[in-house]
Design a protein around this ligand. Sequence first.
Ligand code: CS2
Length: 493
Amino acid sequence: MNLPLKQLNLSQLADTPKISTSEYDREKIDIGIVHLGPGAFHRAHQAVYTETAMNLSGGDWGICGVSLRSTTARDILVEQDNLYTLAILDKKVSYQIIGAIKEVLVASEQSNEVIARMAAASTKLVTLTITEKGYCLASDGSLDLNHKDIKHDLANPTSPVSAIGFITESLKQRKLKGINAFNVLSCDNVSGNGEKLRRAVLDYAGQFDINLQEWIDKNVAFPNSMVDSITPKTESYTIESVSKAIHLQDNWPIQREEFTQWVIDNNWQGERPDWEKVGVIFTDDVEGFEKAKLRLLNCLHSTLAYAGSLAGYETVFDVTSDKYFYQFISKLASDEIIGSFVPPKELDVKSYSHDIIQRFLNPNIRHLLAQIAFDGSQKIQMRILPTIEDNIALGRSTKLLSLSLVCWFEFICCALKEGKEIIDPMANTFANIPKLLSNDVLEVVEAFLSIESIFSQALKNNIPLKAQLVKSLIALRLSDVKKINVLIETLYE
Ligand code: CS2
């Protein structure tokens, strides 16, 4: 039986493979970053860049992870002195014990401690991975004042539940105490993530204190950033295989591919770890990188998640290994996505796209399609719909994008018909639209297009698009999805 992963037991780590550990003294560093949402992605990405930067240049950049609701991270990590293993599973396999997280709090149980930590002068930066739905935005980009969490926070500002509420309340306390503001760095797969968060926080603060709103507007930077690294969530086999490899019992390791990228707005000069020295790209065109990543990697991922699940596949590797699905996403990328946006000048978009599809073929990563399929109502708004809109404006084809979109429609319809759980913040809305169960394809398409928080009026009222969606959904319902090549041919007839 292995000893538990703890600071005291690090000397017992396996010697082969060589496993790296923190090169700075964990006891001596202070917390400088509060991260909201310390799930697998944060622990595999931003925490690792910060760890590497502290190995290189030191600095008080320890991280306090704040889970908004779940107690898992705190309860497991506290037993391990907040240490965990990063397993890089790629052509080469390697392990690194990450020490950057110093503390984990759970907001729903410790809201006072969270606000105190965020309001402390030592906290210079608040970073976030709260997923698309955590932004609580209405479809026009303003804060959704009818969102249940926002309603709660407006009524109880000192014990909030949303990230927006925590950021604003702690900034309010800093202002009252004369402490400089922290900066806020969003790391979600949301286009213009910093700007969107800024708008949400300013709208919220403006609801009860105009002076605070002005102070935040003047003093807090919300840089945009783009993040990328394929990070499947931890499964029991991850725990077993990592613990076996490192010779210590780690109950919450994380796995990811070797590729990792973080692109941050160059205009942001705020205090931060030495990230630029450890590979973080600072650029004037974060938007270009965001578009490239959301439209290529994430759109192809979501397409595979819905089409692949309908065809009975389980993982990204399995479905991409099917040559017809490989051809489908390659054609989708080359014919309808590349060319829909202006890529950053630093990026060769054709080879970027090719490399992404090769990343899906990593046999050492088991990335479940079911995981990517979560929260489709939020994801398609970033990954599929903007490209459809741009292609329509440019007079380009939307045939394959329409197929991708109806695969999501059908994924939802099948789940409703089979009584399967839909993991999506709009699951109840879907359950309350009887037409989604209809056998009449036109009714189904119109029912989806009428959901205002997802589809703009322009998309809803676009007759050629509606006809295309109907044609694609008919093809999907009449064909064997496994023969996606045959199905696609019918779309061009
Ligand atoms: C995936 C992303 O789960 C999903 O929706 O598309 O998490 C994807 O793996 C990352 O964005 C890659 O950087």
